[in-house]
Design a protein around this ligand. Structure first.
Ligand code: GLU
Length: 446
């Protein structure tokens, strides 16, 4: 009966948005996880809880014209998906990447609702971005693009309404230009964006927060399994903000980071990646990781994905992008003795890969829970901006550690209630869904 409610809603969604592959994938995985909760609440069907949860409150979609360095006019598509305001202002990042489309932003916005709920802070869910590729663009081109993008977006956001931040392709530089343009149009409200440079009233520790938070979450998974990070070999994909600070924290806690990557190459050193080199190439510079061997002659560099390497390791931290691990790659991880996967990226594992984790009792920390440290510190940045105060790095880090512990505790509780073993993925979905459903009941039919 209930199963047929879930199936009906999912089939209608598929018929309505047949081309939104990533969005349908995120909803399907989520529905699968929450089935036992829906089963226990037959009243949800009459209240159309699921139908409402999968429809964004609003999607804003707009033209972004700008002039490149050759004087050529370029046009991109910009979006903001304001998915849910049940728990506070829409909150979530902006992604600038050529693959951006409505499906990707809906999947990200959908997951953001539940991730934000797990942080325990008062933030709703949203996501935005554009199919603009900052790669290879000059600084001034990026500025012109950001100014044009914000000219339209400024009509829809505000410190108490919708607070964007960074994501892939949007870091401190882009946030700075977006903030400047917002101020020209609407006035000096720094709280409209988070992930601001610290000098521009950003929070200390925001840059590090997603990567550090991921490792704090992983550390809880290890503790629960009676283990520590000491001596653990850790495969990381990516070399952006999330990957780099995750790698730093793993190393600080005594683990050994054996791989990293960018969109074209993977690097491998069984004795540990040289993080100073990564910082110089990828964090400070905008270089390709293929230059890494200049700093580390021992390292192996191969074209393609980290997940195609045959590397013996204990833990995998996918920190690159969605759907970076497929079924065959997940099977390779199992074969190579990986026991834990914690996701720094959003939805990096395909559904078939998650199935492989489940079948093999891989301890699975989903992005929704494990990478929530970034948006959590964004919410702390909002608080500091509202209070006109600036916290120390130590204070922010303490809060972050506590938040990640609390998220893990919510997962453990749902895991125990629903007998989910080491599948913290289904547990995170259940824990957050219960809170969202309760908020929906409180607010009436909206
Ligand atoms: N883009 C990040 C995420 O996926 C952070 C969003 C934010 O800080 O608002 O959660």
């Amino acid at each position: 009966m209930t199963q047929s409610y879930i199936t009906k809603v999912y089939e209608n969604l598929t018929a309505k948005y047949p081309h939104e592959k990533e969005y349908l994938q995120a909803v399907k995985e989520f529905f699968h996880a929450i089935a036992p909760v829906v089963e226990a609440h037959p009243e949800y069907e009459q209240l159309a809880i699921l139908e409402r949860i999968v429809e964004p409150e609003r999607i804003i979609s707009f033209r972004v014209p700008w002039v490149d360095d050759q004087g050529q006019v370029q046009v991109n598509r910009g979006y903001r998906v304001q998915f849910s305001s049940l728990n506070g202002p829409y909150k979530g990042g902006l992604r600038f990447h050529p693959t951006v489309n409505q499906s990707i932003l809906k999947f990200l916005g959908f997951e953001q609702i539940f991730k934000n709920m797990l942080t325990g802070l008062p933030i709703g869910g949203g996501k935005g971005g554009a199919d603009f590729d900052p790669k290879g663009k000059s600084d001034v081109e990026v500025m012109r693009f950001c100014q044009s993008f914000m000219t339209e977006l400024s009509k829809h956001v505000g410190p108490d309404v919708d607070v964007p931040a960074g994501d892939i392709g949007v870091g401190g530089r882009e946030i700075g230009y977006l903030l400047g343009q917002y101020k020209r149009l609407q006035g000096p409200m720094a709280g409209v964006l988070t992930g601001k440079p610290v000098a521009a009233n950003g929070s200390k520790g925001r840059t590090e927060a997603t990567g550090y938070g991921l490792v704090y979450f992983l550390n809880e998974m290890l503790k629960e399994a009676g283990q520590t990070m000491t001596g653990k070999k850790v495969m990381i994909s990516g070399s952006g903000n999330v990957a780099f600070f995750a790698a730093k924290k793993v190393t600080e806690l005594g683990g050994i980071v054996v791989t990293m990557s960018d969109s074209n190459h993977a690097i491998f050193n069984p004795n540990g990646i040289n993080l100073d080199a990564i910082e110089e190439l990828k964090v400070n510079g905008r270089e390709r990781i293929s230059r890494y061997q200049e700093f580390d002659a021992e390292a192996e560099i191969v074209e393609g994905s980290v997940w195609d390497l045959d590397v013996k390791a204990d833990i995998a931290l996918p920190c690159a992008t969605q759907n970076e691990i497929n079924q065959a790659q997940a099977e390779r991880l199992v074969k190579n003795a990986i026991k834990m996967v914690a996701e720094g990226a959003n939805m990096p594992s395909e559904s078939d890969a998650i199935e492989v984790y489940r079948k093999n009792q891989i301890h699975y920390g989903p992005g929704k829970a494990a990478n929530a440290g970034g948006v959590a510190v964004s919410a702390l940045e909002m608080s500091q901006n509202s209070m006109r105060l600036k916290w120390t790095s130590e204070r922010v880090d303490q809060e972050l550690q506590q938040i990640m512990k609390n998220i893990f505790a919510q997962c453990v509780k749902a895991r125990d209630t629903y007998d989910l073993g080491v599948d913290y993925g289904a547990a995170a979905d259940i824990a957050s869904f219960e809170q969202v459903a309760e908020l929906m009941m409180i607010h009436g039919v909206i």
